[in-house]
Design a protein around this ligand. Structure first.
Ligand SMILES: Nc1ncnc2c1ncn2[C@@H]1O[C@H](COP(=O)(O)OP(=O)(O)OP(=O)(O)O)[C@@H](O)[C@H]1O
Ligand SMILES: [Mg+2]
Length: 359
């Protein structure tokens, strides 16, 4: 049975294009008013998943439910879903207000109602007074906001957004992230958002879905995804990490970089290969004589808030972030508290990529 509180359910969704599997066995639910983000590298199947939810693509196997009803075969215009596409296409021959009004005119709403709603949308996306402008006279960011207004004006229950901020520069992207998030909260609309930008996903979402090669690797809230990544791929994709091959010696003891380190994980077995993930900010630089290991600083980069230092222990090169700079060439000690050593089941060394694989 499908749980009532779920707005959308994907059950066992697979998709093949010309015999190549691009999605395999996706199970996912979206709750009402949730901000859910599909995150993953190019070609992992984000857009395809979104298009299946929107009805622009049919899955090869599996079922799409909306409020418990099977909508797998339902065409897009019969779904309570609106989409802002990766390559948003405004009508170049229509001005701003006619672009936004397009869907409402098709629905044959009264002129006054259309005008009222269009003006409310222009207000919402901070483009009051732009109604009569031609879309071609607008900047990329303004056009993007019109594309969002055009989708929101139909008051969909669910808005699908495919990399809607991809074309914007960093500053505008940050502004729009906040704007979109607050719009979503004010309007109480469910957002399904696609991005390959991990920071964007972590800032905006209630739930992050990490994908790779057509498979979901992890679903969780941003903090869980960051603090407890399911495997080394997620850890690496979600932030900077030192990822090392290691051996679980026994419960709460792991061997890497030539030494045994106490850790907090157990249940992996004895003398089994594992991946060890350590965030650069979790490695402490201490006096050479009191560290668990010692190494030489081989490079120093100032990154705005912290310094990024590469430290070579002979066995391993660690990336370390610290607000205190150690000069290049100096000998330092490194110390890692057990809690900050994350043990994971090893990922395959070479991820197998099917022919359709990454671009
Ligand atoms: N209509 C199609 N015909 C054939 N192959 C397709 C089609 N649409 C998508 N694919 C393939 O499916 C895979 C997943 O594509 P998809 O567009 O979903 O990826 P994505 O995660 O959105 O990537 P990006 O971040 O680059 O937009 C890719 O290998 C792509 O080439
Ligand atoms: Mg895409």
């Amino acid at each position: 049975m499908i749980e009532q509180k779920h707005l959308i359910d994907l059950k066992g969704i697979s998709k093949e294009f010309d015999g190549t599997t691009v999605l395999s066995n996706i199970d996912l639910y979206v709750r009402k008013n949730e901000f859910l983000t599909l995150l993953g590298p190019s070609g992992c199947g984000k857009t395809t998943t979104l298009r299946i939810i929107g009805g622009f693509e049919y899955p090869t196997t599996g079922t799409v439910y909306f409020e418990g009803k099977d909508i797998t075969e339902l065409p897009p215009y019969k779904r309570s879903v609106n989409t802002v596409f990766q390559k948003y296409a405004l009508f170049p021959h229509l001005n701003v207000q006619d672009n936004i009004a397009f869907g409402l005119k098709i629905k044959k709403l009264h002129k006054d109602e259309i005008k009222k709603r269009v003006n409310r949308m222009l207000d919402l996306v901070n483009l009051k007074g732009y109604g009569k402008r031609s879309v071609e006279s607008l900047s990329g960011g303004q056009q993007q906001r019109i594309a969002i207004a055009r989708a929101l004006v139909n008051e969909p229950e669910v808005l699908l957004l495919d990399e809607p901020l991809g074309a914007l520069d960093l500053k505008l992207r940050k502004e729009m992230q906040l704007e979109l998030k607050s719009m979503q909260q004010r309007l109480g609309i469910t957002f399904i958002y696609v991005t390959h930008d991990q920071e964007e996903a972590l800032t905006m979402s209630d739930t992050v879905v990490v994908m790779r090669d057509g498979v979901i690797l992890q679903i969780g809230d941003p903090k869980t995804i960051y603090d407890e990544p399911a495997n080394a791929f997620v850890a690496d994709f979600i932030g900077e990490s030192n990822i090392l091959r290691g051996t679980m010696v026994c419960d709460e003891m792991v061997h890497f970089s030539g030494y045994d380190f106490p850790c907090v994980d157990s249940g992996f077995g004895e003398n089994v290969p594992v991946d060890v993930v350590i965030r650069p900010e979790d490695i402490m630089i201490v006096g050479d004589d009191i560290g668990q290991i010692s190494g030489i600083v081989t490079s120093v980069l100032f990154k705005g808030v912290h310094y990024e230092m590469m430290i070579d222990t002979g066995e391993t090169e660690f990336k370390v972030h610290s607000t205190v700079m150690q000069p290049q060439g100096s000998q330092v000690g490194l110390s890692i508290v057990p809690y900050n050593i994350h043990i994971m089941h090893p990922m395959p060394q070479e991820p197998e990529i099917d022919e359709g694989g990454e671009e």
